[in-house]
Design a protein. Sequence first.
Lengths: 357, 389
Amino acid sequence: MSALDELAAMLREGIERYACDHYGPEARAGFIASSNGFSEQTWHDYTELGWLALRLPESVGGIDADPGAVAAVMEMVGRRLLMEPLLASAILGTGLILRLANNEQRTRWLPKLADGSLILACTDPRVSAAAPQLRGDHIEGAVDAVLHGDAAHLVFVFAREANGAALVPVLLDASMGCIERRNYRLVDGRGAASLRFNNAPVERLQSDGSKRAVAAFLEEADLALCAEAVGCMDSLLDATVKYLKVRKQFGVTIGSHQALQHRIVDCYLLLEQARALADAARGAVITAASERGRLLSGARAFISIAARRLGNEAVQMHGGIGVTEELEISHHFRRLMVNRALFGDRDWQFERFKECA
Amino acid sequence: MSASPSTILAEFRDDIRSFADNVVPALLREKSGRHQVLDKSDYHTWMNLLQRQGWLVGHWPREFGGQAWSPMQRFVFEDELARLGLPWILPFGVKYVGPVIYTYGSAEQKARFLPGIISDEQFWAQGYSEPGAGSDLAALRTRAERDGEHYLINGQKLWTTYAQWADWIFCLVRTSREARPQSGISFLLVDARTSGITIKPIRTMDGYRHVNEVWFENVRVPVQNLVGCEGEGWSIAKFLLKNERTAGAIVGTASHALRRLQQLVPTHGTPMLRDRTAELELRFLAFEASAYRAVERMQAGTESGGEASLIKIIGPELCQDILEATVEALGAAGVVFDVQALHEAAAPPLGPHDGGGLLKDHLYNRAATIFGGSSEIQRNIIAKAVLGL
C-alpha cells in the first residue's frame, strides 16, 4: 500500500470509528434538531481529529491531503451522513483560500480554519447569469440556497467584475448589517441561506489566476460530490441487501425472489459504475482540460441518474419503513437529492459532457 | 373508444368544475392546489361540501343514501376532482368500510354506522398492515379471542393513516389459528377510544403526521361489532382492497402534476427538460387511455382480472416520475424544505409558492407504489390472473 493509500485508509477508518461511537441515528437526529443542523461538539471533535486540517499545508499542522484522501473522507461523509460543513468549509472554502489568498490573509485565516473557529461557505459560480455585481470593493445582488450559509462566518461569493465578464471569488463577513440573511433547511436537514447584499464591503483575494481558481474550485466540488454520492449509494445497497436477506413474507425471505435479486443486482452494477467513474474523474484531473471536463461532468451526470435509481429502489424494496425518519434509508435518499442539486445539476452536467465530447 | 377519455361524461365534469369554481371555499382550494398539509377540519369541510352536493357517497346504492353511480361515473368523479387540484376524499369511511357494512353488515350495524360515515361525524381508520404482515397480509397476528360477549384484542397495527383523528378503526384480526391463515381472519369494528389502545405517530420523510402505529392490549370489543361471520374477514378484505385500488383520483393527480411540470418548462427548462416532459405527456396519454379502457371493461363485466392492478401500477409510477422531474426542475428551490410553512399555508423560503408542497408530495409519493398493495404484488396478480403464469 502506498503512503497515499495509507492516508486514505486511515482517514476512512477514523471516520468510521468516530461515527460508530458518536454518530448513531439518535445522535444525528439531535444534531439536526439543533440550531445549525449540526453539532458544535462534533465540529470541535473534528478539529481534534485533524479533519478540519485535511486540505491545509503541513507548515500549519495540516494533512495536505491528496484528492484520493479527500474523496475517501467525502465517501465516509456520505456513508455516515455527517451533517457538519466539511465540504463547504474544510474542503471547498479552504481550497479557495489556498489557491488565492496572499500571505497576510493565509496567516489570518488558516489557523482559524484548523481550530474550527472559522466556518466558510461558498456560492455556486455556475449560476453566473444572476451573479452579484462588484463595484470596487462593494457588492450588490443576491444568492440563494448557499449550503451552510446559515452557520458560516465568512462566505465566498462568486461575483462579476464591473468592467467585464470575469467571475471572481470575494469574501464577505456574513454578520454585517448590510447583508440580509434568510436561513432555512434543506430537505436533508442541513442548513442553508439566501443572502442579499446592499452595497456590502468585500475582501478581495489575488485576482490574477482567479479564472483558473474557479475551474479548480468546480473540479474539487464535482469530485467531492461524486465521492459523497458513492458513499450514500454504497450504504443504501448494503442496507437493502441485508434487508432482502432477513425480511420474510409468504414464509420466505423476500431476497429469495428472482425478480428482486435481478433488481438488486442492477443496483450493484450501478454502484460499481458510479465508483469507477468517480475514480476515473479523479484521475483525469491531470489530463487536458476538455477531457477533464468530459469525465468530471460525465461522472456527475451518470452518478446523479444512478443514485436516483438506487435511492428509489432502496426505498421501494424496504417498503413502508423505507420512508420513515427512523431508518437511514430515507436520509440517504434525501441527501442524494441535495447532492444532485449542488454545483451543477444533472442536466447542466450532461450538457457540459456533450460540449466537451 | 374514440372520444378522449377526459370528455367522457362531459356534462358531469362540467358540474364538477362549476362546483369547484362556485362552491369550494377559495382558501381550501388554494391550500389543496398548493399541496399544503390539510388538517382534520379542512377535510371535514370538504367532505360536508361533497355530501351537500350529493356526491360524497354517490357510488353507494340508493337505499343507503347514494345515487347508484356506475363504476365509470365514480371513476370520472374522482378523476375530475383531482384534475382540478381539489382535496383527496378520505376513503376510509365512504370508500372502504361503508361499502363493507352495507354489503356484509347486520341491519343493526347499517343503522348504527352508515349515517355517521355519510355525515363525516365519525372518522374511520383502517387497521390492516402489521409489522410482519405487509404484502403478505394474511400473515397478520393481531389476536381476537372470544370472552363471553366480547372479543379480547391483542396485537399491533402499522401504517394506520390518520389514526390520531379516528373515532373508529376497522380491523382485520385473527380469530382462529387452526385453519389456513386466510380462513382464520375476521373483520371487527373497534371504537378507537376503548381502553388498551395506544396510538403512536410514525415520522416520515415528508414531514407531516399521517401514519401511525396502533397497539392493542386487552382491548374489549363487543361481539356485535363483528362484520359478517367469524373467518369471513379475508373475503371482506379482498372486496375492500378492490375498491381501494380502483381509484380514478390517480388519473387526475397525474394530470394535475403534469400540468404543473409543463408550466415550469418555459421558465426553468433546458432542452432536456422539454424532452423529458414530452415523454411524460406521452406516458400520461397511454395511462389515461388504458385506465379508462379498464374501467369500461369492469363496467361491462368483461374484465381480465388485472384492471385494478394496471391502474395501481402505472398511475403511481407515472406520478412519481412526474414529481421527480418537477422537483428537479425547481433546482435549489426543489431541495429547500420548510415543514412549518407547509402546515401554516405559508410560502416556502425559496421558489414558487407551491414549491414546498410539490417537494412534500414528491417525498410522500415514494410510498404510493408501496401502500394499498405494492407494485410488486400487483405485478404478481397480473402474472397469475391475466397471463396464467
